[in-house]
Structures are given as C-alpha cells and as structure tokens.
Design a protein around this ligand. Sequence first.
Ligand SMILES: [Zn+2]
Length: 491
Amino acid sequence: MSASTPLLISPNSVLANALLRSVDILRPRIQATRPKRIEFVVGTQINGAPHLGTNLVQTTAFLLAQVARREFSVETSVRFGALDNAPHDVVLDPETHHAYQQTYFHALGKAGIGDLIGTYYRAFFDSLSEAASTDYTLETYTDQQAAPGFRAEFLRTLERLEEIRWWMAPSHGVVHTRLPCPECGWAEKRAERTKLVGLGEEGARFTARCFDHGAYEVDVDPETDAYLDLATLYRNLVKERLLGRDTETMHVMLKGGDWAFGCQLVDGALGVIGTPGHQMPLRIFTPQVLAHTGAKLSKSLLRERGKGALPADVEPWMLDTTTWPGGTDHYVDVLLWLVGELLTDPKHFFRSFTVKELGRLMTNRPADLEQRPRAHEMGIYKRYFDLIKAGTKTTEIRVNDSSRQRLKVGDLLRFRCRDEEVLTRITRIARYTDFEEMFDHEPLSSVNPTATREDQLRNIREIYPPEREALGVVAIGIELATPALPVESVS
Ligand SMILES: [Zn+2]
C-alpha cells in the first residue's frame, strides 16, 4: 500500500478530537495518582467459541498494555476474567413459571471450565502474551466471587441496597442476586423469591426457593463458600468498586463499545454510594463489530434467527474464530496488526466497524505478514538504528522491565524506527544493577562506537529517569539476522 492512499478513513469525534493518541485517555488518572502498575482487565463469557468482537477486545488489552508501558514508563499487565457464571441451561419451574438457571461452573465443574478455557483461550492468550511482550493472569468468576475482598465489597453494597437497587434494575428495582441451591446448584434467574432477611457485622442471610428442593437459607460472609452469582451490572459494580480501592495498581477495564450504554447505570450506582472521583473506574471501550444492519455481531442472533440472519459479509471464522484458516500465531499476528492500525489515530479507534469494512482491512494487510517471523520489538532513535543496521552497534541497552525479562539468547529482536525496521538475533544477555556497572563490563564501542563513556551515560540517563534505572539494566548482544528491508505499510 502506498502512503498516498490511506488504509482507513474515519470522521472526527468529540473524544478523538481531544486526544493525540488513544492511550492518552489514561493520562489524567496517571498524572493524579502515579500508579506503580497498570492492569488491563478484560472479562469474557466463556459460553463456547469466541467471535471476532471478543478477540478484538482481548487483543486491544494486550496491545494497550504494551503501548502504555512505553508511554507512561510503568509496568503493565493483562488480567483475563473468564465469566464461568454465564448461564449454561435455563428451565421454567412448571408451577410458577419462574426461570431457573445453572451456571457453566455448576454444569461443568472446575475441571470442565479449565478444559473450556484451554480449548478456546489458553493458546490465544499465550500467543498474544508472547507477541505483545505482556504478562497476563487468568481468573474465573468463580475464583473472583470466592475472594474475601469481593465478598466484603458485596456486603458493603448491601448496606446501600435501597440507594443502588433502582440503578441496578431501573424497571422494577429487584436486584438479581442469585444464590444457587446448595443441593443442586440451580438458582432463580431473576431472584423473584430470593430475599435478604438479615444483614449485620457478621454477614448477610438470604432465603430462596429451589424448584426441586424447596426453601433454603444461604449465609454470605467474606469467608463462607456459598456461591454468589451476581447479574452482570451488579457484578461490575462490585468488581469496579473493589478495584478502585487499589492505591498501587491502576485498573483499566476493556469493554466492547456496546457497554458504553450500560455503564451509565453502574456509574449511577457508584455515585450514590459515594465513590470518590479518583476511585471511579477507568474504562476503554473498543470498536464494536457490526452486521450490515448496524446490529452488533452476535452469536445469539445466529442462534435465534439461524444462519439466514447473517449478512453475506460474515465469514465463518468471524463467528467462531477457532475456524480461522491458519494457526493461532498467525491469527494473533493479523489481529495485532489490525488493532495496531486502529490505534494509529483515535478517530480510527473510538468508532465501530461493519464486518464488511473489517474484512476489507484484513484483506489489505501487508502481504509479508504471514512470512514475518515472531520477534520481540523495540522502537529506537534513528542514530542508533543506523548503527545497528550497519552492524557496528552490537549491544543494545535497556532497563530490565517485565518485557525485557522475556528476552532469551537465540530470540529474534526487531528494531523499528519510523518506516524502517531491522531484524536481529540475540546473541547474549547480561543484567546489571545500573548503567555505571553496565559500562564497567560492556565494551563501550559495541554500545555506541562514536561516543565516550561520559556522553553515553548522559544520553542514556536522558532517556531513562532514575526510577526506571532502578529496575536494573539489561545489555542485549545482537547480530543482524537478515538483510534489513524497508517496510512500506508501517506508519
Ligand atoms: Zn435444588
């Protein structure tokens, strides 16, 4: 693709107009609270194979973690929440016609959930993690609700139930707190007969009715193991309120764009329970993937209306991404390229895309994307880039942050400078406590053949402030891996 025909054209918007880069949306909070770490949080219902929209949100989490680490000089990671409380089965009570549901966790058990995550997500996340040099953790909703902090936060919201219930359920004011029957694990879907009967220092007591086992009582306190299945809005309220209390790690929720509507209700509830401004959730809404009608691409549409409801532009892999015609690494590399393109301009990122337009973008991906070997990537100034390309700079110096700790001898390392890149192979790795110690051991000329030790120290300390140098220093031995070729389509 030539530089004269842009890949993407997007109109301006209020948000895009306010930002130079999409990641700048995090800057006000970072300036105000100076977090030690940023964690990008993404939750996914694990009810079967992921579709493109789901994988786009997840890919964005990893890519933004990588971008934010560089931009804000702070450690970043991704936390993936596998929502195993998604309904697996719903049945109607034959007498009352109340709906009862069983979660994926209750239907499949812990091992079954582990298998499901393994089938659909583990390889995808491992590949994303490697390509974006970003660590991730994985937790299920079942783990989350069992954590004392989450349960304590839930109990605190119960004290304010009168204030939040209309935000959580604006049409009828009944909050859906599902407490599955201890005998069979089924729970009333809309919690019609689930009552809070006691609330005190020691916890909460609920009564509920099972369609099979009759009335039962459930005690919820931070230590009990009674399963707490909160409906989507309430779960988000408790989770975001809890994460907002963390003073060291800043949490950023990644959500599909359709969530922007629903978050108004969560914010209403956070407001009435007096959540301080700097504890309000930070959220980044990712591009929605739309059918030609403008409706969100969804598997439920397919389930309810059959294949006929799908527009011709929808390719099978878009609805079940495990059918992508290629390996996981290839799929991940294409997605990272795509999201990378969207992130080049806030106008491209804070908007929606039809499947047809996304299909067109994917078709216009660089022809060599398939052949490009997986490599760590680093941006670098032009003067150093030229020395590497000429083969005269054979040691690169960086601070030893989480992405550098992944470097291994033999790995490929791609240096980028504007439109150029050069591929190298790592020949050795040496770690030091600071730049002084590093220069005591590393041959000066291999770092920069044209500058003195004093000049080099001054230059590198202009790039890395003391708090970054405190992470330690890594010297990376490199050799050219292939002849350097300019890449046209990188902007
Ligand atoms: Zn039961």
